[in-house]
Design a binder for this molecule. Structure first.
Ligand SMILES: [Zn+2]
Length: 377
């Protein structure tokens, strides 16, 4: 590692599953880890105090959104992102690339960067590798990532072109970075094509980064395709550096992707589901592509005295019934979404912790089997 204050130690492995410790300027992160998403410098419906109580060790914030509003230079003037949002733990910022390609209007990509219009007011902006690094240096997260182009997963020609740009941009991002207290992750792309993923892993590890993000998955391809790409990448990515699977996933995804060598995850699922009146459950359900959940709007919970998930130790489950949470969401009371958010984040963070303990004790495969046995019950 060439970045100060940043170290990754692989503590134990169990087949392909890995348990590690990631040292950052704002604290140590045990891996595997789930990172709650704080898109606009807030994890929706949860305060930093809640996040600490839940045991969150790192959160993600979004470069595209914070650049547009309130502005990265303003955040720098106000003391940086940690101070601005009152979170003193580690933060990872994404590059904004994914949002430019999915949210913005009228984007035009060229070899040098991408020009786009804001989804908020239609104003025109341009991201280049250098600009995206400058924004992330202003924000001051512990881990920052390279600008990449996230192509549709199954278009080979497009993926070849997008990968060439992503690789050139990765080199430029590394050259543009000047802060010594931030780790920089490269992003492996290449859709669902093993040869392109392989090429990408070779290129990026040759350039050399502090860790490797895996992008362009969980964007419409099948689970089998996603797992296949992870199996291609596992032996190609350096064993002594962290691997971060972007935008994934469900409790079952955590189990299955850790089983294929992934260390870090982020996903809006738990917070978004909470705002859609749903509680995540451990039960992976009959369809492995969809997480277990209960929707509190369902009339069958109106008289249900049970907690959201029996056996859960979160604040919501320890104090309130399904009937009460259903009443709150029906009455549009903010507390309903807050309690569902606490439960859903607690579940993801707990599963990541359990997986880590299982790896440390050499019983990850047994844990994985027990996890799936629930689906058959
Ligand atoms: Zn709970």
């Amino acid at each position: 590692m060439n970045t100060m204050d940043f170290r990754f130690n692989l503590v134990a492995t169990d087949d392909y599953a890995r348990a590690g410790l990631l040292q950052t300027p704002h604290g140590e992160i045990p891996t595997p880890i789930f990172m709650p998403v704080g898109t606009q410098a807030t994890v929706k419906a949860a305060s930093p105090r809640d996040l600490h109580d839940l045991g969150a060790r790192i959160i993600l914030a979004n470069t595209y959104h914070l650049y547009l509003r309130p502005g990265d230079e303003r955040i720098a003037r106000l003391g940086g992102l940690h101070h601005f949002m009152g979170w003193d733990g580690p933060i990872l910022t994404d590059s904004g690339g994914y949002q430019v390609f999915s949210l913005s209007q009228r984007r035009e990509i060229d070899a040098d960067g991408v020009t786009f219009r804001s989804h908020i007011d239609g104003s025109e902006h341009r991201f280049t590798p250098e600009k995206v690094i400058a924004i992330q240096q202003n924000l001051g997260a512990d881990i920052i990532v390279c600008l990449d182009e996230c192509a549709v997963p199954d278009d080979y020609e497009y993926n070849v072109e997008a990968l060439a740009r992503t690789h050139t941009w990765a080199k430029r991002c590394k050259a543009a970075k000047t802060r010594g207290d931030q780790a920089l992750f490269g992003i492996v792309q290449g859709g669902v094509f093993p040869d392109l993923r392989e090429q990408s892993a070779h290129f990026l590890t040759e350039v050399g980064f502090d860790g490797y993000a895996i992008g362009g998955l969980s964007v419409g391809e099948t689970k089998e395709e996603m797992h296949g790409m992870l199996e291609v990448l596992d032996p190609l990515l350096p064993a002594d550096q962290p691997r971060y699977l972007m935008g994934v996933g469900t409790p079952a995804d955590l189990v299955e992707c850790v089983a294929r060598g992934v260390d870090m995850f982020d996903c809006v699922l738990p917070t978004r589901m909470a705002r859609n009146d749903s509680a995540l459950t451990r039960d992976p359900g009959p369809d492995p592509s969809r997480p277990g959940r209960i929707n509190l709007r369902n009339a069958r919970f109106a008289d249900d005295p049970a907690p959201l998930e029996p056996g859960c130790t979160c604040y919501a489950c320890a104090h309130f019934s399904r009937a009460y949470v259903r009443h709150l969401v029906k009455a549009n009371e903010i507390l309903g979404h807050h309690l569902l958010t606490l439960h859903n984040l607690h579940l993801m963070l707990t599963i990541a912790r359990e997986i880590r303990e299982a790896i440390l004790e050499g019983r990850f495969q047994a844990y994985r089997e027990t996890f799936w046995r629930r689906a058959d019950e």
